[in-house]
Design a protein around this ligand. Structure first.
Ligand code: DQA
Length: 142
């Protein structure tokens, strides 16, 4: 059974009430429930982690080093964090960068991803469905 880590960054604990026009009305718990259900049907198992702190995200990536894949929504840190990029490069597990919104259709600064070059792929703009697509991509990889 494939083991997938789902890691969410700052402010994503507020999903459901945070800018629902951009991020939808589902809470993170509800989204994680959907990811779990999809994982079961794909014969995979997911572990979930969320933190508002950059260092804790680095540690979570390191802990998932030997998993079969990491689904990472690093939120605003995607645009800035060399530490998270280095963590992605350091681990064996393939990392998929995920965004709920289409970051390319928003402010200029969101078009820059510090982490994308270290990831196997990027999925953005499909709402919570972005996580499901990332899971399917990792389930089919290797
Ligand atoms: C986000 C996009 C980021 O630019 C933003 O800082 C977030 C959420 C997304 O999922 O669309 O917090 O990662």
């Amino acid at each position: 059974m494939k083991r997938i880590a789902v890691i969410n960054g700052p402010n994503l604990n507020l999903l459901g009430s945070r800018e629902p026009d951009k991020y939808g009305a589902e809470t993170l718990e509800e989204i994680n429930g959907r990811i779990s259900a999809e994982a079961s049907s794909l014969g995979a198992a997911c572990e979930f982690f969320q933190s508002n702190s950059e260092g804790e995200l680095v540690t979570a990536i390191q802990r998932a080093a030997d998993s079969d894949g990491i689904i990472l929504n690093a939120a605003a840190y995607s645009h800035t964090s060399i530490a998270i990029r280095d963590a992605i490069t350091a681990v064996r597990a393939p990392v998929v960068e995920v965004h709920i919104s289409n970051v390319h259709a928003r402010e200029e600064f969101r078009r820059v991803s510090m982490i994308a070059p270290a990831c196997v792929g990027v999925i953005a703009g499909f709402g919570a469905g972005s996580y499901i697509m990332a899971l399917r991509a990792l389930a089919e990889t290797r």
